[in-house]
Unconditional design. Structure first.
Length: 49
């Protein structure tokens, strides 16, 4: 498991909801800040525990 809110964490959470590619590119090719924006858009707001 990846560290919470790391690039790998965002990729795994987006894949859990079925979001595999963005603009025809794999999620792994994007930087963390872009993945964070996609996560907020497609999964929901980030809540701190």
């Amino acid at each position: 498991m990846a560290f919470a809110h790391s690039k790998g964490w965002y990729v795994s959470k987006l894949k859990e909801v079925g979001y595999i590619k963005h603009e025809g590119r794999k999620l792994e090719s994007f930087r963390t800040y872009i993945l964070r924006g996609l996560y907020v858009t497609h999964v929901g707001p980030i809540t701190e525990k």
